[in-house]
Design a protein around this ligand. Structure first.
Ligand code: KIV
Ligand code: NA
Length: 272
């Protein structure tokens, strides 16, 4: 927590990437990333769903454990899935406790403003650091009528300004601002003492987060405006799979160098 706060004071942007398994966590962790987020976006990128609503606490724990085993350096935040913190602050505390004790979370993230303040206060009082999440909060996809940019109207923008302060007062150590106009995100970031981490919220936040699969270009059909692809891995992976299939069918693979020999027979066995 102190390191993350120092980043805002020193004006050094915070780098956050999502991860869901050990293989990719090892790669992320080797690259000076500050925070690894085990996001409930795993409902989409790992489980193939259209949204995050069906992800369970057990799902989050499973993936958190996979990430935790491979993580050496970065801070690990784990998302609280839909309905794990809305029912009551007591239920929220119970579920956040499981993410920490069973999943190895160093902090948890949950979505929403005023309505989640009692839950946040309960977690913070128990010593669990909480990251907030405002704007296009994907667990509200049905209420929004789709994944749409939020707070474009002034009344809604004003509400977001107020809720950002409420989250800070409730004890959040940081918050994600997702899918809102850049000037609003910049203004909110400047108004807070805790760092904001943006996604689809412009360049004025105190950090940025992207879903790993998006920045690696692993899904050809997902090209939203806010994603920058730093690689086109879908092409690379398909090329590798196709060449493997070709070589298996032509018996070019496995070659001599991939093949084991039997032990040489001892002389007394010779001729048997
Ligand atoms: O679930 C997720 O990956 C997230 C980030 C995109 C902020 O919540
Ligand atoms: Na999420």
């Amino acid at each position: 927590m102190p390191d993350i706060h120092a980043r805002k004071r020193d004006g050094v942007p915070i780098v956050m990437i999502t991860a869901y398994d050990a293989t990719f966590t090892r790669l992320v962790d080797a690259c000076d990333v500050d925070i690894v987020l085990v996001g409930d976006s795993l409902g989409m990128v790992m489980q193939g769903r259209d949204h995050t609503l069906e992800v369970t606490v057990d799902d989050m724990i499973y993936h958190a454990r996979c990430v935790r085993r491979a993580l050496r350096c970065a801070h690990m935040t784990v998302d609280m899935p839909f309905m794990s913190y809305q029912v009551s602050p007591e239920k929220a505390l119970e579920n956040a406790g499981r993410l920490v004790k069973e999943g190895g979370a160093a902090s948890v993230k949950l979505e929403g403003g005023a309505r989640v303040v009692p839950a946040i206060e309960a977690l913070v009082a128990a010593g669990i650091p909480v990251m907030g999440h405002l704007g296009l909060t994907p667990q509200s996809v049905h209420a929004f009528g789709g994944f749409k940019v939020q707070a474009r109207e002034e009344a809604e923008a004003q509400r977001l300004r107020e809720e950002a302060l409420m989250l800070q007062d409730a004890g959040c150590f940081s918050m994600v601002l997702e899918g809102i106009p850049a000037p609003l995100a910049t203004e909110v970031s400047a108004s807070l003492s805790i760092p904001t981490i943006g996604i689809g919220a412009g360049n004025g936040c105190d950090g940025q987060v992207l879903v790993m699969q998006d920045l690696l270009g692993l899904d050809d059909n997902f090209k939203p405006k806010f994603v920058k692809r730093y690689a086109e891995l879908a092409d690379t992976v398909r090329d590798a799979f196709s060449e493997y299939a070709r070589e298996v069918r032509s018996r070019a693979f496995p070659g001599k160098e991939h093949t084991f020999k039997a032990k040489k027979r001892k002389s007394k066995d010779a001729g048997l």
